[in-house]
Ligand binder design. Structure first.
Ligand SMILES: CC(C)(COP(=O)(O)OP(=O)(O)OC[C@H]1O[C@@H](n2cnc3c(N)ncnc32)[C@H](O)[C@@H]1OP(=O)(O)O)[C@@H](O)C(=O)NCCC(=O)NCCS
Length: 181
């Protein structure tokens, strides 16, 4: 079968939503969980468009909430496929919130969600390759390769089994804990 390639533009998704009082927490700011849910939904839409398949969320990397979002602000999420492997796709999502009256916009979040395409039997399925037609496409793809490498090495470091309990206890000395063992 001939290999197909799609550009990130073909599966780009933009979603704008007004933030309602029902989305707010007790201090009147929008729940982080509501934004996470929107991120997951737009990642699904974008990855499904690229793969023409149903997709599942495999992982979410980096969710830093850079600025609070207020009730009444217009939130816009922009999603593009930044990287593809065989069955996985990393969708980059940028979240901005705009004050409707002043028109002032703030960057609230950038997240990277790995989605995996599955066929009707629930088996992981190959996705089209990615066309890299400009330096931004190339930079984003290469950053995901690097992010994957860093994640792998961080996981190996955290799971090192040459770390003993006494090493952990030593590390904890400068932290805000009372050790009861
Ligand atoms: C994610 C999942 C599909 C991986 O399945 P698997 O049997 O381990 O499949 P594989 O090892 O062949 O991995 C498939 C792809 O997923 C990627 N992958 C698996 N786990 C991953 C993770 N934690 N983070 C990023 N990518 C991951 C692999 O790198 C691989 O990518 P590639 O095909 O592009 O090379 C499977 O664990 C799953 O279905 N998880 C539940 C997903 C879900 O229900 N999400 C919603 C939660 S409510």
């Amino acid at each position: 079968m001939q290999k197909t390639f799609k550009s990130p533009e073909e599966s780009r998704v933009v979603l704008s939503m007004l933030m309602l009082p029902s989305h707010a927490n007790f201090s009147g700011k929008i729940h982080g969980g509501h934004i996470l849910s929107l991120i997951d939904q737009i990642a699904f839409a974008c990855a499904s468009k690229h793969s023409n398949n149903y997709c599942v969320t495999a992982s979410v990397d980096v969710v830093d909430f850079l600025a609070p979002i207020e009730v009444g602000e217009l939130v816009t999420l922009k999603a593009t496929v930044n990287y593809v492997g065989r069955s996985s796709m990393v969708v980059g999502i940028r979240v901005d919130a705009e004050n409707i009256q002043t028109g002032k916009s703030k960057h609230c979040n950038s997240s990277y969600v790995t989605m995996v395409a599955k066929d009707a039997e629930g088996t992981t399925d190959a996705v089209p390759g990615l066309k890299l037609a400009n330096p931004t496409n190339v930079r984003r793809f290469c950053r995901e390769i690097r992010r994957k490498e860093l994640k792998k090495s961080t996981t190996v470091e955290i799971n090192r089994n040459d770390y003993t309990d006494s090493t952990y206890l030593e590390d904890l000395k400068s932290h805000n804990v009372e050790i009861l063992l």
